[in-house]
Design a protein around this ligand. Structure first.
Ligand SMILES: [Zn+2]
Ligand SMILES: [Zn+2]
Length: 384
């Protein structure tokens, strides 16, 4: 409404550019008066958003989906989705690219049917298969983020160099379990180290990689003499295997199979069909839950003391935010931080923390340990 009035007042100004500038300035000044739903991005700070989601009483459904489909104008789609989904109070993280869409979101139960109707009405997304999270309190996300990216999964591959549609055979949970029993079958975890560290299929090869991009060449090298073996690959929701399986076939692997719908759907299927879980531990997920427990097995250790533990945390120093495993004993002792340096910074008043960040160059960053990369915290602490 404000927007319209201002536009009306200034519409007689001389140049269009000047008019636009004035308009934008005033919209900027009045931004707190514009309802959230009219904006194409979040304007509320993280703390407030987190508080809102914790206090919310709405029941939510946490769901993930992806599809490789040609999108001519990702930015336009992005804006359109943001507007629609923001109105439906959808939260989560979505990537839109020319090659498709990849989404992890939570939707209020009362808007679920409407959401599906919206999505399916676009022929590119008709009958989208959803993967619904099992262990879920609906508080997985606290804001809606939709990003336009060059790819929906950063794989570092040149898609023109091989046939991306020549994917592996999709296996159900039951088929995957059965195939695991066949001698000489090789199970490959296509996720990153920090994901397989807390949960994996028994006997799987878990490459020591921090990104999917890094992982593909590592796996290829490791399996170069096993091109005729039965390969079973899996990832969180199936999207990474779509690309990886085609890449492996391109490199001469003859029997490439992938877990359809990934671990998320595997878990749903084994529960529905009462099958044994050959996946042990936790399924790492990219949201506030960090991990979804699948079996009671705890297969990881605290990065600080080595105790049996599989709880991922982000370092409490906002500037560091390192993702690592911290046990219940180390958490209070380290005040949720990764190192004494971070403890020191996290304890400072917020303004001082900000001043510290401001006054230094990026390469001198106090966040020595980039998020998700792996310093040996145990050795670092022992050396103190
Ligand atoms: Zn510990
Ligand atoms: Zn830290």
């Amino acid at each position: 409404m404000y927007n319209f009035n201002i536009f009306f007042i200034f519409k007689n100004l001389k140049t269009e550019e000047y008019q636009l500038n004035v308009e934008l300035t005033i919209v900027h000044l009045l931004k707190f008066k514009i309802p959230d739903t009219m904006l194409l991005q979040n304007r509320v700070n993280k703390k407030e958003l987190k508080k809102r989601i914790q206090e919310e009483t709405t029941e939510r459904i946490t769901v993930s989906f992806y599809r490789y489909v040609i999108i001519d104008n990702p930015q336009e789609l992005r804006n359109q989705l943001f507007e629609q989904w923001n109105q439906l109070n959808v939260l989560g993280r979505i990537y839109v690219a020319r090659e498709g869409i990849n989404a992890q979101i939570c939707v209020p139960k009362e808007n679920w049917e409407l959401f599906k109707e919206h999505l399916f009405s676009d022929p590119r997304f008709a009958d989208m298969p959803f993967k619904i999270a099992v262990e879920d309190d609906g508080k997985s996300f606290y804001k809606l983020t939709i990003k336009v990216r060059p790819k929906i999964v950063a794989d570092g591959l040149d898609d023109d160099a091989f046939d991306v549609t020549n994917v592996g055979k999709h296996l159900t949970a039951k088929e995957f379990n059965e195939a695991m029993e066949i001698p000489d079958t090789i199970v490959v975890d296509m996720r990153n180290h920090y994901e397989s560290e807390v949960g994996r299929f028994t006997g799987a090869i878990c490459p020591d990689a921090d990104t999917f991009r890094e992982e593909l060449p590592i796996v290829l090298e490791e399996l170069k003499d096993k091109k005729d073996h039965k390969i079973l690959m899996y990832c969180t929701g199936g999207v990474r295997c779509e690309k990886a399986s085609a890449y492996f076939k391109h490199h001469g692997f003859t029997d490439v199979n992938q877990l359809h719908g990934g671990i998320i759907d595997y878990v749903r299927q084994i529960k529905a069909e009462d099958l044994p879980s050959k996946f042990i531990g936790k399924n790492f997920v990219f949201d506030e839950r960090v991990g979804e427990r699948i079996t009671e097995d705890v297969i990881a250790q605290c990065h600080q003391c080595g105790a049996v533990c599989d709880t991922h945390v982000n370092c409490a120093n906002d500037d560091c935010h390192l993702l690592f495993i911290q046990c219940d004993a180390c958490a209070p002792k380290m005040q949720g931080c990764c190192t004494p340096e971070c403890m020191h910074i996290a304890a400072l008043p917020v303004e001082e923390q900000r001043a510290l960040r401001k006054g230094r160059k990026k390469e001198d960053s106090l966040s020595v340990y980039k998020s998700r990369l792996r310093p040996n915290l145990k050795d670092i602490l022992a050396a103190k």
